[in-house]
Design a binder for this molecule. Structure first.
Ligand code: 5AD
Ligand code: SF4
Length: 480
């Protein structure tokens, strides 16, 4: 089946509804026996895509009758894993040991693992052999099957493993339980076709598949009706959205359509690949008032030689020129990025090229990563892997530069009034709220819990490097 013929499977959603009901009967029986509601705890590793998947998984678990808790001493514990870098894997193995001790005390406890790490055959082998107390293992392509897998585990009483190598199926209309009532991620595409030479994502998330625009727009409309004011359009490479659809549509066209939906006030998107970022998209960003003035544009390296070895398909000069064009069209935009240090063969000169780009672009913030060797990727078998001490030294120097620049850049709006979406109670200051500006900068300000979910006018009193302290103004410009 070609990707252009992907159809959302309504039948599959109905099948899963059946399994949710079946599983619910079981949980109700156990709950009656124990005289308390059953609890579930989902721990999410990694990126925004995983965070969104976890909301869908929680939606299913709540439908089955589990109540969410933060405590891992729960009746159903699910780890949604990441495998982009080795240390994410190590964390999972470490925590599994702890879960085993909890399970010994609670015989009703079920432990499930899903996500990118489970798409690696050697990981599943290790779990089968050394972590036999795990109950359910599934992957990235079949999260919609959670209820069915739970039913199977209850019936078969042994570890249930269901990993798909790939899929052309996109199942619409499953329940999802949003973490925030006022903002939500929306998947627009799954998978990645880029095969950057260091990256494991194309192997674990499969080939690029776009959701149909009518399904995406219907979901955003539903969210708006349900009180959502901010959506984040999600995909590994949103700039190549729509290429494989039956009626192809560009990402820029999709953005304009989302911009028209009443009730939605802010639109964000992640992640953009520089090689696919079109002039049409830059124009759409400039035209669409709801599109946030923030662009995450992964650089990975500033050296054209290393970029070539990474299979990124742009040069340092092309990247710099692209950022200039974006800034010309959207002058107050904030740019953020991802950078890897220590890719095989990276010399001090190459590293200096990366520092040079960082100094020229002046990012609001940058996620910096030590190169991590991922089995199965072309870079893993490249010669001249960079020694760890050299890598760490470069990493520290890069981080210092990124932080120095970002503390200068982030303070640029101090003493102005900005629109801030109030997101949650401040975790450190009693009586304060934490919110985000349109360009994603965090602001702390005194406020009431009832304001959460509203976009407020906030005067920025003080810049503290990466965030502001402010206070709310009323509509007349008077202090609240
Ligand atoms: N090692 C280090 N960082 C990596 N990333 C992806 N693969 C690797 C790897 N093997 C980083 C990239 C990407 C981000 C999500 O993770 O910078 O943009
Ligand atoms: Fe990985 Fe490159 Fe695809 Fe991003 S674009 S997910 S870095 S292969």
């Amino acid at each position: 089946m070609t990707e252009s013929r992907i159809q959302p499977s309504a039948e599959e959603a109905a099948r899963q509804e059946y399994f949710m009901q079946e599983a619910r009967k079981e949980t109700e029986a156990v709950s009656r026996k124990l005289g308390r509601p059953l609890t579930c705890c989902i721990h999410t590793f990694g990126c925004q895509m995983n965070a969104r998947d976890s909301e869908k998984l929680l939606g299913i678990l709540e439908r089955i009758g589990f109540q969410e808790t933060e405590d891992e001493n729960a009746d159903f514990v699910l780890y949604n894993t990441c495998t982009v870098r080795e240390n994410a894997n190590l964390k999972v193995y470490g925590r599994l040991g702890y879960l085993n001790t909890l399970k010994k005390k609670n015989p009703h406890m079920l432990i499930a693992l899903c996500g990118c790490m489970m798409q690696e055959p050697q990981v599943v082998e290790k779990i089968r052999k050394s972590y036999r107390f795990v109950d359910i293992v599934f992957g990235t392509h079949n999260i919609f099957k959670l209820a069915e897998l739970i039913c199977r585990r209850l019936r078969e009483k042994t570890m249930v493993v269901d990993i798909w190598e790939g899929t052309d199926q996109i199942v619409e209309d499953l329940p999802a339980e949003r973490k925030y009532p006022f903002k939500s991620g929306v998947n627009i595409m799954f998978g990645c076709n880029n095969f950057c030479s260091y990256c494991i994502v194309p192997y674990v998330r499969g080939r690029e598949r776009s959701r149909r625009p009518e399904d995406i727009l219907a979901e955003v409309k539903r969210l708006a009706e349900d009180g959502v004011v901010e959506v984040m359009l999600l995909g590994q490479n949103v700039n190549s959205y729509g290429k494989t659809l039956e009626h192809p549509m560009t990402f820029a066209q999709l953005l304009r359509r989302v911009n028209e939906i009443p009730g939605i006030q802010r639109i964000r998107f992640m992640t953009s690949h520089p090689k696919d970022l079109s002039e049409e998209l830059i124009q759409a960003m400039a035209d669409c008032k709801k599109v946030c003035r923030h662009l995450h544009l992964p650089l990975q390296s500033g050296s054209s030689r290393i970029l070539k070895a990474m299979n990124r398909r742009y040069t340092k000069e092309q990247y710099l020129e692209l950022t200039e064009r974006i800034r010309a069209a959207v002058p107050d935009i904030s740019l953020t990025t991802d950078i890897i240090v220590g890719f095989p063969g990276e010399t001090e000169e190459d590293f200096q090229e990366t520092l040079d780009v960082v100094r020229r672009v002046r990012y609001d913030s940058a996620f910096t990563f030590l190169y991590s060797r991922r089995t199965g990727t072309p870079a893993a078998v490249m010669e001249n892997q960079v020694p760890e001490d050299v890598m760490k030294d470069r990493f520290d120097r890069l981080l210092a530069e990124v932080q120095r620049i970002s503390s200068e850049v982030c303070g640029r709006d101090v003493h102005t009034v900005q629109k801030v979406l109030a997101e949650e109670p401040d975790t450190h200051l009693e009586g304060y709220l934490t919110g985000r500006m349109d360009n994603n900068t965090v602001v702390h300000f005194p406020g009431k819990k009832e304001w959460i979910g509203n976009i407020l006018d906030v005067y920025l009193d003080e810049s503290r490097g990466f965030y502001y302290m402010g206070h709310v103004q009323d509509r007349q410009g008077e202090d609240a």
